[in-house]
Design a protein around this ligand. Structure first.
Ligand code: UN1
Length: 493
């Protein structure tokens, strides 16, 4: 059944004012939802609602705000299967992964709700007598949350929950490809008791409304997950206005397979990290850097197994990976594969759009492996966001680290070895926000800080205690109960 989606403004579902759009199952083209593009005046209305709702929400005690988050987790637990089934259709990811996506939001809810009763600050010893100092965290105001299609429930939860628990109000824009899941996210929060105006949603493409979401004078903070190009564009526009921007952008994540590494583990870890979610994760492994002593054996195992992975509709339980989100992304993946061939990399398997039989109406790409990939090639440097793995042969540890670090990104990295000393050394030497030892590059948990170095991020972290910092202002409170003017640095020296 096709559903219609509207903006959510001040607790009301209202028709967006722009062009007609729709959302389809990328595996078979089935129409799932219709909606209209939000316009700048829709965004103005959403920001106005968020601004008006801010004082009362800020004044709501933090543990009370957290209770609403707990209720939303209970609703998500009840609706987990239904939302996951929809995700396997609107996003295309396999049902087990879709359940994981919803689970990540449930985990985030419980994690952040607990922060509602902590939110600890520091107490700081004063230089002067009869004086106390401590820190508190307070909300920023209206936050624009701009989210991608690859984790349509998890990533909105990473941003919405900390924003809410800290007392901010929200204008949320889900990705246009997963608009119906955006509606589900909004429904869950509203049913949980988030007051009208505290959480608003505007739908459609980013281009027509992005500037408004970023530069509106009443927006204090923008949290964005998506491409490095778009993210840096947001940062450029926000900088002269001095708005806080939290960016989670591209990756070109390496897994290093060392000469003493467990190859069975390595191949499975690389396939999961590289082909899971069809490679459409910022954390996806797209480069495997292999010691020359085990290179040929590792490559043989990977090339034997990759073509056997089942590519299919997300709802089929045995699909290892599903459809590519849209035709544009599918073409981009194929273009990169052609670039790789021209650059002289050896296409070992895959490298094609799947069109036959069950694939005819969808956007499917075969599990692809390139060998003979050299550092500096475009397929080795640029984010492809598809099921394409490049294998790079190295001779030494220093070479492995320099290849791993030789890209503009720094999100996640894996190091597979039985040498405990080398594992520790690698954990220091790799330039990345998340370093996995004896694992692939994906699978962060909500209580760990999530984010990347270099052009992957801008210093903020999602998840972990650090996400609270991103969504709040710090205040130092100084109480002088001496009854006189005490001159710091002067009276006591
Ligand atoms: C993303 O790719 O945008 O660590 C997020 C992971 C997941 C989240 C990925 N928990 O792979």
């Amino acid at each position: 059944m096709t559903e219609h989606v509207q903006n959510l403004i001040n607790g009301q579902w209202v028709e967006a004012g722009g062009d007609k759009l729709d959302s389809r199952d990328p595996a078979n083209g089935e129409l799932l939802a219709t909606f209209r593009q939000a316009t700048n005046s829709d965004v103005d209305a959403a920001i106005a609602a968020a601004k008006a709702a801010f004082p009362a929400w800020k004044a709501t005690p933090q543990p009370k705000r957290a209770e609403i988050i707990v209720r939303s987790a209970e609703i998500l637990l009840k609706r987990k299967e239904e939302i996951a089934q929809l995700m396997s259709r609107e996003n295309g990811k396999p049902i087990a992964e879709a359940r994981g996506d919803v689970q990540e939001a449930i985990d985030m809810a419980f994690y952040i709700a607990a922060e509602g009763r902590r939110g600890w600050g520091h107490t700081i010893p004063a230089e002067m007598p009869n004086k106390r100092m401590y820190t508190i965290r307070q909300p920023l105001g209206v936050c624009s949350l701009i989210t991608p299609w690859n984790f349509p429930i998890a990533i909105p939860s990473w941003k919405s929950y900390p924003a809410l628990v800290m007392g901010n109000t929200i204008v949320f824009k889900p990705a246009e490809d997963t608009t119906l899941l955006g509606k589900r996210w909004a429904e869950v929060l509203i049913e949980a008791g988030v007051p009208a105006g505290v959480f608003n949603m505007v739908i459609g493409h980013g281009a027509p409304i992005g500037d408004k979401l970023v530069t509106h004078p009443d927006v204090r903070m923008i949290s964005f997950t998506g491409s490095t190009r778009t993210g840096l564009g947001i940062a450029t526009k926000a900088a002269p206005l001095n708005k806080r921007v939290s960016l989670e952008m591209g990756g070109k994540n390496p897994v290093i397979v060392w000469e003493d590494g467990d190859l069975e583990l390595a191949v499975n870890a690389v396939m999961w990290a590289g082909y899971g979610t069809s490679g459409q994760r910022c954390t996806a492994c797209s480069r495997v850097i292999v010691h020359e002593k085990v290179h040929d054996q590792f490559l043989k195992m990977l090339v034997e197994r990759a073509p056997k992975l089942k590519v299919g509709h997300g709802a089929e339980p045995d699909s290892f990976f599903g459809a590519i989100i849209n035709e544009g992304q599918l073409k981009k993946i194929d273009e990169y594969v052609q670039i790789g061939v021209k650059e002289g990399a050896k296409l070992e398997c895959g490298g094609k759009i799947l069109k036959d039989g069950a694939y005819a109406k969808g956007n499917f790409y075969a599990a692809t492996v390139f060998s003979n990939v050299k550092p500096g090639m475009r397929i080795e440097q640029e984010e492809i966001f598809g099921p394409v793995i490049s294998v790079i042969k190295v001779k030494s540890y220093d070479e492995a680290i320099s290849v791993a670090n030789g890209v503009q990104y720094g999100l996640s990295a894996g190091f597979i070895s039985k040498d405990v000393n080398l594992c520790h050394k690698a954990s220091i030497d790799l330039d990345c926000g998340l370093c996995y030892i004896n694992a692939g590059s994906t699978g962060a948990e909500v209580s760990t800080p999530f984010g990347g170095w270099k052009n992957t991020g801008n210093g903020h972290r999602e998840g972990g205690p650090t996400v609270i910092d991103a969504f709040s202002e710090l205040k130092t409170v100084v109480i002088d109960y001496s009854g006189k003017v005490q001159k710091a640095q002067i009276d006591n020296n």
